[in-house]
Every structure is written in C-alpha cells, then in structure tokens.
Design a protein around this ligand. Structure first.
Ligand code: DP6
Length: 323
C-alpha cells in the first residue's frame, strides 16, 4: 500500500483566478498552462493500519500545518477506495515552496497519483485531474505534460471541470526561465486571494466575461506556433490578473521592485527582437518563456537585474508519473 510519484509545477499563460463554487473547488474561468520539466515534487505515500493519524513531511520536516490540506486530499482517495487507513506522506520539492512557483500544483498532482496507486485504484488521467482540482485548481493541469487547457466545466458535480493536453512538450519545445526575486513564503495564498478578489474587485465581472476570448487567442497561437501572438495574449492576461489583484480590497500586491524590473527587461529584450515573454503568478517570481536559441541571452539579461536572487532554466515537461 505504498507508492511514489513525481509531478512538475505548471505555469499558467491564461490564468485561473476566481472560483464559481468552493466546495468542489470549481473555477470561475478556464485556464491554459505549460508544464515544466526541471522543477519537481516527489511524493511517497504509505497507507498503514497502524497509524492513528496522517503524517506529512515536507523537505525533511514534519509539517502539521500543511498536513490538514494533505489529509483532505487523502480523504477523497480513501472514499474512492473505501479504505480508512491513515497515511504517511513524505514529499520533497527541489524549488521554493509557496513562493508563487506553483508548488501546490505539483504537490497535489504527485499526491493524488501516488495515493491512487498505493490504494490500488485504477484511475484515468481525467479522474486524477478531477480529484487534484478539488485540492488545488492548478494541480488538475499538472497531471498532464506540454500545453494544457483546464476546462471551466458546466456540470454541478464538477466532473467536467478537468484539464486535458493540447500539444505535447516536443511539439513546441519552448524554454522557461524562472527568475527568483524572493525566497519568502507568500503572505496571501491564491485561495484567499481569489476569494478577496471576487468579493471586492470592481473588475471581477469583466475578468469572468472575457476569459473565453483569451483562451481562444492562446489556443490559436499554440495551434499555429505563433510565438509573438502567444506572447501578446499571455502578457495581457497576466497583467489583467494582477490588475484584478491590485484592485482588490485590501490590495493584493504580489510584486516586488525586482519583479517590475524583470518585466521591463523582458519587454526591452522583445522590442530588440528576442523571442521572450513573461508571466507572473501569485508571487514575486517571474517566468520568462522563450525560444530555446534565446535562453542563454535571456538568462544573462535577467541575472543582471538588481534584486534577482537566481535564475533557473526549464524545458516544457511531461505530466505526473509514478517512480
Ligand atoms: C495565480 O491553484 O493555487 O497561479 O485552487 O485555491 O488551490 P486553489 O488555487 P491555485 O491558484 C493558482 C493561481 C495562479 C494562476 C494559475 O495557476 O492559473
């Protein structure tokens, strides 16, 4: 009754921000992402009749705070398997946790896959995606590799609010440069941030209303491998999400000074002919998508931006897998 799985974080090019239902964690908008390759979460799960409660270790430390959310995810799996055993979960991230690098996406995708295997459940990727979504919306996308679309879905039970792959990583092998501008854990997580936004941003309805055209524009750019069209819609959607966050009360300011300087750097690079664009999630890190031939130039330029702590490079990767 044990298994280990690995999943990679994904970076949303068209963002999920807002929920239409919290119990099943149903998104208010569809989203579109790329799964990374070199950042990962590895998670070992063992169900054990001798355990009195779930135990969660993250990066070698017992983590009783995050264990609550881990247990809620395990409950979904236990219900499916009709088993009540508690579990020991040991997880490792090779990148900063809860710093706007989508650790909840890779974390819950790996947890769902490892625990399904440990429980002997034979689930499809769509079923894994649906379960992962209930723990964290973005985790539904990390089940798959390459370019991934998360459906808004219409069913009340959430069965169609799942992700599906658009094209595989090898079909458009772009690179992602991850720029770390802070190693602090974020103060307001996405779940709370989204809730605050939906309650107080005057722009929230407009955000919901025009996400479909952003998704369509991104899908069209991907289908025709049009880098500059993808750059245009991705930066627009990212800045729109942050506009929404900034207009929330109290305001959600996820950026620091270096974040803004990195955006300027990427825009300057693009203006001078370098195929690169940025996107930023609920944290100060900047992810720069670029053509593989431009990676070194992009890394060198960003490394020199004041306040940048380190720069990582990743290809687009595969979905969650058993180890
Ligand atoms: C800004 O998936 O972390 O990264 O469903 O509440 O766990 P919950 O939210 P989460 O939100 C991700 C928000 C985002 C955009 C995105 O990944 O689409």
């Amino acid at each position: 009754m044990q298994a280990t799985a690995q999943a990679q974080p994904n970076i949303a090019l068209i963002k999920y921000w807002g929920k239409r239902q919290t119990k099943l964690n149903l998104p208010a908008v569809g989203s579109l992402s790329i799964t990374l390759d070199s950042l990962w979460t590895r998670t070992y799960v063992r169900f054990d009749s001798g355990l009195e409660k779930d135990e969660f270790h993250l990066n070698g430390q017992l983590d009783t705070i995050r264990c609550r959310r881990v247990s809620q995810c395990l409950d979904l799996m236990r219900r499916r398997a009709n088993i009540s055993y508690c579990a020991a979960v040991v997880s490792e991230n090779n990148f900063p946790t809860e710093a706007g690098l989508a650790s909840s996406a890779s974390g819950f995708a790996a947890l769902v896959l490892a625990s399904s295997k440990a429980l002997g459940l034979d689930l499809t990727d769509e079923e894994l995606s649906e379960i992962a979504r209930q723990s964290s919306g973005s985790a539904a996308r990390s089940i798959f590799g390459g370019f991934v679309e998360m459906e808004l879905g219409h069913c009340k039970d959430g069965s169609d609010a799942i992700a599906h792959p658009l094209i595989g990583p090898e079909e458009w092998p772009l690179h992602v440069v991850v720029v770390i501008t802070s190693d602090r854990t974020k103060i307001i997580g996405s779940t709370e941030g989204m809730q605050r936004t939906s309650l107080s941003s005057p722009y929230y309805q407009a955000w919901i209303q025009n996400h479909v055209s952003d998704i369509e524009a991104a899908k069209h750019a991907i289908a025709s491998r049009d880098f500059y069209a993808l750059a245009d819609i991705s930066e627009h959607n990212c800045l729109k999400m942050h506009g929404l966050a900034l207009s929330t009360r109290p305001a959600l300011i996820y950026w620091n000074g270096a974040t803004v300087e990195c955006m300027n750097c990427v825009r300057d690079l693009r203006a001078s002919g370098t195929a690169a664009f940025f996107t930023i999630d609920a944290g100060p890190q900047v992810k720069v998508v670029c053509a593989p031939s431009e990676t070194q130039k992009v890394m060198d330029a960003l490394r020199n931006v004041p306040g940048v702590l380190c720069v990582l490079n990743s290809c687009i990767g595969q979905g969650a897998r058993l180890l």
